[in-house]
Design a protein around this ligand. Structure first.
Ligand SMILES: *Cc1c(COP(=O)(O)O)cnc(C)c1O
Ligand SMILES: [Zn+2]
Length: 372
């Protein structure tokens, strides 16, 4: 049973509510069992059982203390390393549940609309489960991402036009079950991020790079379920961070209005550049309800943060660095004793926005060059 996040109507549509709002499953009730795998330890909290084999090893990612960044910012900063998922981003956590749903409904074809990471994820799990997969990607997608998507053998369609519109167009395509960014079952899978963090530390702040809003909704829902089941005593503060070059949620949050389409998205953080986020209003409402924070950071700061994160051990993509880039803006809210978690959403190996600086030297000149 799904419920509209905006109007509360029950089971009023397949993908979205008749009012246009995104759907959500009711809060789960249950207990946690002592297992090392999040899909098993929290099985009461997910709509489907997932074996370790079926998960392909998704989730259960490391939470590492960022030594350099913690020292420099004067707080305890933890990085949740989602780059180690099977297709190198957190999308796998949600794709698992979406694919389970598609198979339960008897679909043989699945699809997704993606800037790249979700396409790779859905194509991977589609291939593993013997489903035909169609992925719709922007016409200007990077070669790095295309290479990864195509190895799984889906039908790939590069679509020129507004990426925000593509989401709604896809829902009109019959015969294909679309597992998009804020699919209610995808969101169930994203709760696993909250479960894992809560099991390791009492985070005071959780920072989430935000585009469509699906991951934000999933992580917050996971925490809310832990609270309702008395597994934690209070929620952390949530911060949604966007790229300044495409920040429709931040704008709506500030103007206290509805999310409006962002004209001409322009940012290095391609993975979070949805100009018309389908869960945007849901995120704004949740931020207001929980007194969360909503921030935007510019490309310069994003690329600087990407370097800092690498020097603390993780090569992430620019979109994944926005949380760390926002930390100076968060300092009014963060103290020395805070435990701040920033979600490092995807691997840097997927995109090649940086030209590398390689000096060339002959063997003869080597000793000379390195001794300089
Ligand atoms: C999908 C994605 C995001 C944003 O997640 P949403 O659920 O769309 O808000 C952030 N970073 C990366 C690397 C992603 O792939
Ligand atoms: Zn509704």
């Amino acid at each position: 049973m799904t419920r509209c996040v905006l109007c509360g109507e029950l089971d009023s549509g397949e993908y979205r509510c008749r009012c246009g709002g995104p759907l959500q499953l009711d809060h789960a009730v249950g207990s946690i069992v002592d297992e090392s795998d999040v899909w098993s330890s929290h099985r009461d909290y997910f709509p489907y059982d997932v074996s370790k084999e079926e998960s392909l090893g998704a989730g259960n990612t490391p939470l590492i203390k960022a030594r350099g960044l913690s020292n420099r910012s004067g707080t305890n900063l933890y990085l949740k390393n989602e780059t180690v998922n099977p297709t190198w981003s957190f999308k796998d956590r949600g794709t698992i549940m979406g694919v389970k749903r598609a198979m339960e409904l008897g679909h043989e074809r699945i699809g997704t609309v993606s800037t790249g990471n979700m396409a790779a994820s859905v194509a991977c799990y589609g291939a593993y489960n013997g489903l035909r997969t169609v992925v719709l990607v922007p016409g200007d997608i990077s070669q790095g991402k295309l290479g990864q998507i195509s190895i799984y053998g889906p039908e790939i369609l590069g679509v020129h036009g507004d990426y925000g519109d593509l989401y709604y167009e896809s829902l009109e395509l019959d015969d294909i079950y679309f597992i998009n960014s804020d699919d209610p079952y995808r969101i169930e899978g994203y709760k696993s991020i909250a479960f894992e963090i809560a099991q390791e530390i009492h985070a005071t702040h959780v920072i989430i790079p935000t585009s469509s809003g699906g991951s934000f909704r999933g992580i917050v829902k996971g925490y809310e379920e832990l609270l309702k089941n008395d597994i934690i005593s209070h929620l952390p503060k949530f911060a949604a961070v966007q790229a300044q070059g495409c920040s429709p949620i931040k704008l709506a949050y500030e103007e206290d209005g509805q999310v409006k389409r962002w004209k001409d998205p322009n940012t290095v953080a391609k993975a979070i550049s949805n100009p018309f986020p389908p869960s945007g209003d849901a995120v704004v409402n949740k931020l207001k309800e929980l007194e969360g924070l909503c921030l935007a950071v510019d490309d310069h700061d994003i690329l600087e943060a990407q370097i800092s994160i690498a020097r603390d051990g993780i090569y992430c993509q620019p979109a994944s660095a926005v949380g760390v880039a926002a930390i100076p803006q968060l300092m009014d809210h963060i103290g020395r004793d805070s435990k701040v978690v920033s979600l490092i959403t995807g691997s840097g190996m997927k995109v090649d926005v940086r030209s590398s600086n390689v000096d060339t030297v002959t063997l003869d000149g080597l000793r000379d060059r390195v001794s300089r």
